[in-house]
Ligand binder design. Structure first.
Ligand code: ZN
Length: 246
């Protein structure tokens, strides 16, 4: 079988999982010594993702893929800890993934901002569910938001047209195995930090949660017979404890 990229490329894909992991650890140590602040992705479970929303992210990746074999190799790479750095910011995912050459490949994924209409629609859908946001802030994506946010056409995942994928490797495919590994790594990261999905789409979750809390507070005060500053203080304290923000 030929991969078409010379001996080095071929030999790297034949490294065992342990060899890949050792190479990743060595590269992390070298770059850390130089002062790079890396955020490596380590898969601890049998599966890459452990939550339904992490699974949903990974299943959605098939929408971006043109070659199934690269997707599978991406899974192998992320399991072998080849994603030695992953950062998620509004509209952007950056990653370093080890490969054939000595220096890791740079992955840059840009996500277009969602339309104002969709943004407002998502804010409204979330705001109507204060209990869900409470769970979300605590790191648990509530299942009742599944239908609301993960719909293919008007959900929070970027559509294939809204996402642009780049890798510094010589593989000419739109979605090479390094990009696939980085995108699977995002799924794993979302397991423990679901709010990063909102961050990626440019939604300020702090403001969203605060707004929902304020609306809840206003409703509580409107229902109280004799609202007083003491009630306000008590409610605010209770809500602060509840959400851990404000
Ligand atoms: Zn690549």
């Amino acid at each position: 079988m030929s991969y078409g990229y010379g001996y080095g490329y071929d030999s790297f894909t034949r490294l065992s999982m342990d060899e890949l992991r050792s190479k990743a650890h060595r590269t992390i140590a070298e770059l850390s010594k130089k002062g790079d602040e890396l955020e490596p992705v380590v898969i601890t479970g049998r599966k890459i993702t452990a939550t339904w929303w992490g699974d949903a992210w990974c299943n959605n990746l098939e929408r971006y893929a043109d070659y199934a074999n690269r997707i599978d190799r991406g899974k192998r790479y992320v399991r072998a800890e080849c994603v030695i750095d992953l950062k998620i910011a509004p509209g952007q995912i950056t990653a370093l993934v080890i490969g054939t050459r000595k220096t890791p490949y740079k992955i840059d994924v840009s996500v277009k901002p969602m339309s104002k209409e969709l943004y407002q629609d998502i804010i409204n859908r979330c705001s109507a569910r204060a209990a869900s946001l409470e769970a979300l802030a605590a790191g648990d994506f509530p299942e009742e938001l599944k239908e609301q946010l993960f719909a293919k056409n008007n959900g929070i995942f970027p559509s294939p047209k809204e996402i642009s994928l780049k890798c510094s490797c010589p593989d000419g495919a739109y979605l090479c195995k390094h990009i696939a590994a980085a995108l699977y790594a995002v799924g794993s990261k979302l397991d423990t930090e679901p709010l990063l999905l909102f961050t990626l789409r440019g939604i300020d979750t702090g403001a969203l949660i605060k707004r929902t809390v304020e609306e809840k507070l206003s409703a509580m005060l409107a229902n109280a017979n004799k609202p007083s500053p003491r009630i306000l203080d008590a409610n605010q304290e209770q809500l602060t404890t509840l959400f851990g923000v404000l």
